[in-house]
Ligand binder design. Structure first.
Ligand SMILES: N[C@H](CCC[C@H](N)C(=O)O)C(=O)O
Length: 296
């Protein structure tokens, strides 16, 4: 079966985007892993699927699969590519669009300067929102933010702000993102046993109240060049800890994102969306090649 797709990225966070409206696409974890595989597949951090919505006010349903095949609640950089894809593929000319995600609706709007602004949906700060087990753990309360001191398996202890942008994030402040132990602490935080659904691990360097640098070790994908929900989570954590003021420019390894948050409502994120190429692929042959390649 042949699937047409677009290869896209938002600030270097890259995606395979599929039209599940005009094509019959049944996504499985293995198919997502095969499409995302950097050697045996197309290569991507996430696979994005556009579908017919079930929510009455939505224009489309927006589904996200990580490179490890896990289906997740949200992807901010992907949302910008989603609306660009819908317009480029002439699935709809509506602008702004409403997309249905796991926790409700998000609004996506393309601007004339080729950037896209997304209202990122609900934000939560309670440990339950990130499936964090707080049993026997004293929270180091910091301002009005819960700052959790978490021992890691390698002997490090980290201070984490927990924020859900529909998907879960654990954000820490570091002196210098360039030397932050992302490769060591990232996987230990991502798969820490107290996070029942795993978590995205953010490392934020504050340059001034309106500017940060950020690296994110993503759940199910590893470190990416940018993470949209991670940028939102970092800005929210910084504002709630009295260290940042809206709007905030987030410098990532793949580009810049502009985040605005009034302290209680939705978060708005603006940034780039780029189509690298469009093509089609035989998914059955791809999965067979992926199985053969990864069997060793
Ligand atoms: N790895 C994330 C999903 C993709 C988020 C990121 N690519 C973004 O732009 O928000 C998770 O498992 O929640």
């Amino acid at each position: 079966m042949n699937w047409s797709f677009s290869k896209m990225h938002g600030a270097g966070n890259d995606f395979v985007v599929l039209d599940g409206v005009r094509q019959s696409i049944e996504m499985t974890p293995e198919r997502a892993r095969a499409l995302a595989h950097r050697q045996f597949g197309i290569g991507a951090d996430q696979i994005l699927l556009v579908e017919t919505p079930s929510h009455p006010e939505a224009d489309f349903k927006y589904r996200i699969f990580n490179a490890d095949g896990s289906e997740v609640e949200h992807c901010g950089n992907g949302a910008r590519c989603f609306v660009r894809f819908v317009h480029e593929q002439k699935l709809s000319s509506r602008n702004p669009l409403k997309a249905e995600i796991a926790t409700g609706l998000i609004t996506l709007e393309e601007a004339d300067d080729a950037t896209v602004t997304v209202n990122m949906g609900q934000t939560r700060f309670d440990p339950e929102a990130v499936a964090f087990d707080t049993t026997d753990l004293a929270s180091a309360q910091d301002h009005d933010d819960t700052l959790w001191s978490l021992p890691l398996a390698n002997g490090d202890t980290v201070s984490l702000s927990l924020v859900a942008i529909s998907n879960p994030h654990a954000v820490q402040i570091v002196d210098d993102v360039a030397t932050a132990p992302v490769a060591v602490q990232g996987p230990l935080i991502e798969s820490h046993p107290r996070f029942a659904q795993r978590i995205n691990a953010g490392f934020m360097q504050i340059l001034d109240p309106h500017t940060i640098k950020l690296r994110v070790y993503e759940r199910g994908a590893g470190e990416t060049l940018a993470c949209g929900t991670g940028a939102c989570a970092a800005v929210v954590a910084g504002i709630r800890r009295g260290r940042l003021q809206s709007p905030v420019t987030v410098h990532t390894r793949g580009g810049q994102l502009a985040i605005a948050w009034d302290g209680h409502g939705q978060i708005a994120m603006r940034g780039p969306a780029v189509t690298v190429f469009s093509s089609e692929i035989n998914i059955d042959r791809l999965v067979a090649q992926y199985r053969a390649g990864t069997a060793l």
